[in-house]
Design a protein around this ligand. Structure first.
Ligand code: GRF
Length: 201
């Protein structure tokens, strides 16, 4: 059986990418292989992680294109060149339109740092998600992996994991706990699940 070819889209520190790289090494992720890291900017530390692990990488900056269509055409060209089967959004901060997501039905997954449908949708990303959870006073939060469609954080849910909120948590402390206890566990699991379901041959 051929391994599903995975592209990981990143914008920041790449700790979720690192969890996928580690999962490849331990065998948790074995039905797919990370064939490409695609960053939305050239400062993303995630690019260093790709380099350190001999993973091909590409930087595609939205601002270098006049329109969203031209930007997404470039993304599609890079994915085709690398024969990518599955896209994993891991801390990716650039907008993908319905035109793009519709081209890859059930082939794009995303990790969101809350229990969807709480604290998700437009404007909820990064620390803002944890600030909102703390402001609301929830006792349990967590992370969700879902298929990506045209609705922000609206696609079919694949996996979720709950994480306790502790008294005195700051957004940074809570974010770190959600990453460690949920994101870095769920994303490799979900990526293996979908890679297996897409495997050819
Ligand atoms: C984090 O807020 C994470 O919850 C979300 O994207 C941000 C950066 O993640 N998925 P990473 O360290 O770049 O993977």
């Amino acid at each position: 059986m051929l391994k599903t070819k995975i592209a990981v889209f990143v914008s920041g520190g790449g700790t979720n990418l690192q969890a996928l790289i580690d999962a490849q090494k331990t065998g948790t992720l074995h039905s797919g292989e990370i064939a490409l890291v695609l960053a939305s900017n050239d400062q993303a530390y995630a690019l260093k992680r790709a380099e350190q692990n001999d993973i091909p990488y590409s930087v595609v900056k939205r601002k270098e294109f006049a329109t969203q269509e031209e930007y997404e055409a470039k993304l599609k060209a890079v994915l085709t060149e690398n024969q990518i089967d599955l896209i994993v959004l891991a801390g990716f901060m650039s907008i993908l339109s319905e035109n793009f997501t519709a081209a890859y039905p059930k082939r794009i997954i995303n990790i969101h740092p809350s229990l969807i449908p709480s604290f998700c949708g437009k404007g909820y990303y990064g620390l803002k998600v944890h600030e909102a959870a703390l402001a609301y006073g929830v006792k349990v939060t967590g992370a969700t992996v879902h298929f990506v469609n045209e609705i922000p954080d609206g696609g079919e849910i694949l996996l979720q994991k709950a994480v306790a909120v502790h008294k005195g948590d700051t957004p940074e402390v809570l974010q770190r706990r959600v990453m460690e206890e949920a994101e870095w566990v769920l994303l490799p699991e979900a990526t293996e699940m979908v890679s297996k379901s897409l495997q050819k041959g």
